[in-house]
Design a protein around this ligand. Sequence first.
Ligand SMILES: Cc1cc2nc3c(=O)[nH]c(=O)nc-3n(C[C@H](O)[C@H](O)[C@H](O)COP(=O)(O)OP(=O)(O)OC[C@H]3O[C@@H](n4cnc5c(N)ncnc54)[C@H](O)[C@@H]3O)c2cc1C
Length: 407
Amino acid sequence: MEIAVIGGGASGLMAALHAAWEGASVTLFERNTSLGRKLLVTGSGRCNLTNDEVASNPYTCGDPAWLKAVLDQFGVPELLETLKKIGIPTYKTWDGWYYPLSNSAHSVVDAMTHAVQAAGIKIQTASHVVDIALASDGFRVSFIFNNNSHLRNFEKIIVSAGGKAYPTLGTKGDLYPIIAKLGHTINPIKPALAPVLADLGDLKQLQGVRLDFGTALFQGSEQIASTAGNMIFTDWGLNGPAVMDLSHHIPDPPGDSIALSLNLLHFVEDEFNALLSQNRQKQFPVSLLLSAFFPPKVVKAYTYLASIPEDKPLNEISDQSLNKLINKLKDTRLKVKGVRGYKYCQASTGGVPVDEVSSNSLESHMHKGMHFTGEILDVVGPCGGYNLHFAFASGAIAGRSVSKTES
Ligand SMILES: Cc1cc2nc3c(=O)[nH]c(=O)nc-3n(C[C@H](O)[C@H](O)[C@H](O)COP(=O)(O)OP(=O)(O)OC[C@H]3O[C@@H](n4cnc5c(N)ncnc54)[C@H](O)[C@@H]3O)c2cc1C
């Protein structure tokens, strides 16, 4: 059986491998001159492959039951087994994030590329697919290679062309209109896992500070989403997992009512309260209390916000002032101005809705023999390996099923 896989990223590589291991004759199309370009930049070059917490709930997906069915078929053990098979041993951090033992995304791409070659997959790099059409015996793929147009027919096709994030790495979203032309819905595409543009106000002086926070997104008085994790203050706003995970919930344009609440005490509240009560009646400067948990710039900014001199002892601070400080630490609101665009975000949301695709095979309900995998589907997870896991899982399932089902 002749199968085309469009896209040599995480999900396309996994789909091609599994299809070839099942005996299919696979051609892998990739517009870049090499495979796995985006994989190389993942996890800051370390490639955060998956996460112990992979399950449907951390993801944003139109149908959590659909996603659960996918992840039940190809969860963390199945992924680790496949990675091991192709020569990628892994380790996990204390909080359950998996990386290659090499700590190198290059080693992941090299091992996957070698496995693809060893499986006899025809690698068609520097080939830009410009059209997919239905043919009497399957699908006709039009692509540009060496500045010339080519046409090839395949019995089945797996579309693994990714989303719109980081377009310089090949993902420009140019297949969305072609898929729409074939009758599929394309849910609106938006940046996800994006840095957040915010008015830092009195926290402007925190530029460069990196901390673990709790964060919540508010529309007026309604909380839309929340998370916790690492974050850094920049000259245009906030970056890091704790805000990136919320970014796809920010409307475009955000309007006047979207605000981000920062909770600095999220991870340390018990310890903070203990140190406070131990010293509340003592000549213990408030700056010492704060600096037990936060860097000097934070101490300065938050004592200023609460109008308390830094060196004021705790036993001389009124309950009212202390409560003001604690409230600021737990809930400082910043006006959100938007998110940074596709050039800076790690994923996009939107794309083919999951209810148009089978969770057992990733096959289109509209066109038999056509499968979708990875980010081209309307599924997005938080930082932590969730998006690569979904890309790998959907790719593996599509690859395995494509050569089994009748054409
Ligand atoms: C900077 C950065 C860091 C990230 N870090 C992590 C991380 O550590 N962990 C994690 O889980 N996720 C991470 N992600 C997200 C993750 O990389 C993606 O979710 C994942 O790569 C999606 O896999 P995919 O196969 O669907 O798409 P991609 O990996 O984007 O692959 C799609 C491929 O299709 C090719 N293509 C597109 N259109 C065509 C066409 N018309 N013709 C031919 N080829 C085409 C593209 O060139 C591309 O190679 C990160 C993303 C970025 C940008």
